[in-house]
Ligand binder design. Structure first.
Ligand code: PMP
Length: 407
């Protein structure tokens, strides 16, 4: 049976590009918060596919919506209308509070869309001279892997060997208004920022930062473009992380959980004065907003709402945080930090415990899926349907693995 695992890993290594380094678990099936590998071993999913599986795996209502739609039509392209796209966009706009939404597929595509939108708005609405628009981005940002998006990464690994890069981006220190003021010019059309920096290691900005940033953007006629691909749709215990600061961005980027845990679905939302700088021919995607994706995403939004999964994340997130803080108290200074919001928590360990990767692998051997980010942070982002019993079990295993790493 062990041979089966090795065989599938071998096939990926032989025939796949080697651009990932997956934990050696070969998944066969999953349901809600549990995953089974090809050897029939069971795992608790504490990472939720980087927050893409917020509804739990194969949520029955989302699967039923997909199955119904698959009896009808899946892909039309945007050359024609469908009877699922409009209802999906209406629901999305009403939940998020924006006039319009532009559907795409992946997070990086939606970020690219928002960059194009912000630049064109800068020229048309702010009167920036052609080709001069600038966008401010945070140090430590992660917005995806396409060439324009890595152009403004501060992570050498993401960029090495991939130039030349797209110009027009300037950096500020995440959480610092002073550095935003220093980086801005009259050509600044937007600030593109994550509400909590996910890939950087679940970095929560100082309270009040987004309120100040909102005011500054308004005063300086700069769009606040909020990338909630990872944070949005309940992950932080609110529908959108911007609500924690009582603000509203000018453009909102969603992805991951928007696909109901089944499909790639992303979107950019904005009000008409911004979104309407796009006209027919400005932007598009063959699969963006296809009939199947729209049906699935619509049902996914209904499930979040009707099953009160956002409220659930708000209730159970602090429970997970408290359990992990107990582990920290037991481990002493070897656990340097436990941070995050809602069901999105990073545990930062001292390198004396070994690499975060090693801890993640040891947890997987004992039936818990998590993920490292960088050398020292272990990330927990389970489906919003996770129970206290599963949290207790998973955190117990995490504590055991840390205790062993200490000896
Ligand atoms: N933005 C943020 C904030 C993300 O966390 C990610 C993915 N981790 C992306 C964009 C890119 O999404 P995708 O992988 O779907 O392109």
């Amino acid at each position: 049976k062990e041979g089966t695992t090795q065989a599938f890993i071998g096939l990926e290594q032989r025939y796949g590009a080697r651009n990932y380094h997956p934990v050696p678990v070969v998944v066969d099936r999953a349901l809600d918060c549990l995953v089974w590998d090809v050897q029939g071993r069971e795992y608790i999913d504490m990472m939720g596919a980087y927050s893409a599986v917020s509804h739990g795996h194969l949520h029955p209502r989302v699967v039923a919506a997909a199955t119904r739609q698959l009896q009808k039509v899946a892909v039309t392209s945007r050359a024609y209308h469908s009877n699922t796209l409009g209802p999906f966009l209406e629901k999305l706009c009403s939940i998020a509070g924006f006039d319009r939404a532009l559907p795409m597929n992946t997070g990086a595509e939606a970020v690219e869309t928002a960059i194009k939108l912000a630049r064109r708005w800068g020229y048309r609405a702010k009167g920036i001279a052609d080709g001069q628009a600038e966008i401010l981005v945070a140090r430590g940002n992660f917005h995806g892997r396409t060439n324009t998006v890595i152009s403004f990464s501060t992570e050498e690994d993401y960029k090495a060997g991939f130039g030349p890069f797209t110009p027009g981006f300037h950096h500020f220190d995440f959480g610092s208004m002073d550095s935003i003021r220093a980086a801005a010019t009259a050509n600044t059309c937007a600030v593109l920022v994550e509400p909590i920096q996910g890939e950087a290691g679940v970095i929560v900005p100082p309270a009040g930062f987004f309120r100040e940033l909102r005011d500054w953007c308004t005063q300086n006629k700069v769009l606040l473009v909020d990338d909630e691909v990872q944070a949005g749709l309940g992950r932080t215990g609110k529908w959108f992380a911007f609500e924690h600061e009582g603000i509203r961005p000018d453009a909102l980027i969603l992805g991951k959980a928007l696909g109901g845990g089944l499909l790639p679905v992303s979107a950019v939302l904005a009000d008409a004065p911004v979104m309407d700088v796009f006209t027919p021919g400005s932007h598009g995607s063959t699969f963006g907003g296809n009939a199947l994706a729209a049906a699935v995403a619509l049902e996914g939004l209904r499930v979040l709402e009707e099953e009160r999964l956002v409220e659930r994340a708000a209730e159970i997130g602090p429970y997970l945080m408290e359990r992990l803080r107990e582990v920290q108290r037991q481990a002493g200074p070897l656990v340097r930090d436990v941070r995050g919001r809602g069901l999105w928590i990073g545990v930062d360990i001292d390198p004396a415990l070994g690499s975060a990767r090693r801890i993640v692998e040891k947890m997987a051997e004992r039936g818990v899926l998590s993920k490292e980010t960088h050398e020292t942070v272990i990330r927990f982002a389970p489906p919003l349907t996770i129970t206290t019993a599963l949290i207790d079990k998973a955190v117990g295993i995490f504590a055991e693995v840390l205790a062993e790493a200490r000896t």
